[in-house]
Each structure stands twice: as C-alpha cells, then as structure tokens.
Ligand binder design. Structure first.
Ligand code: ADP
Length: 245
C-alpha cells in the first residue's frame, strides 16, 4: 500500500519556492530518511505530506486519498521539532497523555481493560513504564519523544513522522531512540524521519529523499550512497555534511 504519494508538488511561502516539483512515494513499511541542508525544505515537505500545508500546485495523497480529505488523524504520529522543548504547562501525566491516544478507538469514549492494557504495552515498548506517573512537562527531551511515540502506538498509528527528534538528546539515548524506531519499523510501522546526521539515516533508512528545494535523490539507500546526490544537494550551500557515525 502507498502511504504518501506526491506528484509535482510545489510550495512557496513568498516568491521563491521552498519545495519545487517534488514527486515521491512512501510505501507501507518504508523507513524514509529525509535529508538536505538547513533551510532546504525538509520540514515544509513533511508538513505538505501530512496536510499541514496546501501545495500551490501538484497532488498529495495520504493512505490513498487526497490529503485535503484525509481525516483519520490517529493513523499518524507526528513528532515535531518543538516536541523536545515544548509540552506546555498543562499538568498531564505520561499515562494520561498516552491514554488520550487511545480514545479514538474506545467505543462511546469509554476505555475498557483492553484499552488500558494497550496503553501499558505502549509505555513498555518505548521503555517509559517507570515514568508513567510523571508530568509530561517534567520529562527530558528524549523521554518526551518516547512519550509521543507511546501515544502514537496507543492510537495504533501506522505512520510515524519525526522532524529531527533527537536534537538536544545525548548520544547514548539517541542511539537507543533510533534502535526503538528501527524495531517499530520492523513491526510494520512506516517511518519518515528528518535527521541532519547522514550516518544515522543511511544506517537505519531503507529509502532516502535528499532535497534542496528540488529532489536530488529519491530511492533506496544503497543507490543513494553510491550517487553524488549528497554533494550536489549540499554543494551550493557551503554547509557541512554531518557524519557522526
Ligand atoms: P528545513 O526543514 O530543510 O530546514 P524548511 O522547510 O524549514 O527547511 O524551510 C525551507 C525554506 O522556507 C527556508 O528558506 C525557510 O526560511 C523558509 N520558511 C520556512 N518556514 C517558513 C515560514 N513559516 N514563513 C516563511 N518562510 C519560511
């Protein structure tokens, strides 16, 4: 099944397009790494895919329907760039936040013992069972990412979209986080990941989209590694390519 399909998508905030003539497809079970220099249109492209922005031209489909008609939000877990630092001041525990993800599946808004067991499983899967009674806004960045993902698991999301999810997270937790993503992907969850560390992406993703306003590569990771797409996409910017692996 095709999860996301874009055809000739162009979007501009002002005069200059931020995303130009992008055609790409994400299939069920894919782990797509979305890479490119700073300001190259990655976040904009992800927003377009999720229907958070409307393209100036071109078409976008989510789970086989036009994104403008898509209203099955619980199928998508989105971890935005703000997720590590934000959280707001609403006093809600981790368990409560994750349980909210379950309501879409609860008949008449009532949670059964099974629903609560699914919440427990989600907490366990991401490794935050012992944090269940903490306030979300007291978690560290990395713990908060896991809470967001647990919530997506509780809502049975089939797509996780993450925008630089480990900014400000220490190296060890970061590695554990990416192992978690990989195991969720092994379980069949489709992943779209924006990440500036190319090594992480080429280690974990099976598909790569490399963008600098236009797409420089879209295809499997092997052919990306063998191509010149990275140098070409970064070439004009003078930005350094990050390779921590
Ligand atoms: P990336 O995620 O690759 O860093 P973005 O998609 O955030 O890139 O940005 C692409 C381009 O669009 C940049 O030139 C950025 O300055 C511009 N841009 C991003 N968001 C906005 C906005 N809300 N209003 C105007 N310009 C924006």
């Amino acid at each position: 099944m095709t999860v996301v399909a874009l055809e000739n998508v162009t979007f501009a905030y002002g005069e200059q397009p931020a995303v130009k003539d992008v055609t790409l497809r994400v299939d069920e079970g894919d782990f797509l790494g979305l890479i490119g220099p700073n300001g190259s249109g990655k976040t904009t492209l992800l927003h377009l895919m999720l229907g958070l922005r409307t393209p100036d031209s071109g078409t976008i489909e989510l789970f086989g329907e036009p994104v403008s008609a898509f209203d099955d939000g619980e199928r998508i877990g989105y971890v935005s760039q703000q997720a590590t630092s934000g959280g707001g001041s609403m006093p809600v525990t981790v368990r409560e936040a994750v349980t909210m993800g379950r309501f879409a599946h609860a008949g008449h808004g009532r949670l059964t013992a099974d629903d609560h067991a699914i919440v427990d499983d989600a907490l366990e899967t991401v490794g935050i069972t012992d944090l269940a009674d903490r306030q979300v806004n007291q978690l560290s960045g990395g713990q908060r990412q896991r809470a967001y993902i647990a919530r997506a698991l509780a809502s049975e999301a089939d797509l996780l979209a993450l925008d630089e999810p480990t900014v400000g997270v220490d190296a060890e937790s970061r590695d554990a986080f990416y192992q978690l993503l990989e195991s969720l992907n092994d379980d069949g969850i489709t992943i779209i990941l924006i990440e500036h560390d190319i090594g992480v992406v080429t280690d974990r993703a099976n598909r790569i989209a490399c963008i600098n306003t236009e797409l420089y590569h879209h295809g499997d990771t092997e052919s990306f590694v063998e191509s010149d797409a990275l140098t070409e996409a970064y070439g004009a910017t003078g930005q350094v390519v990050h390779h921590h692996h």
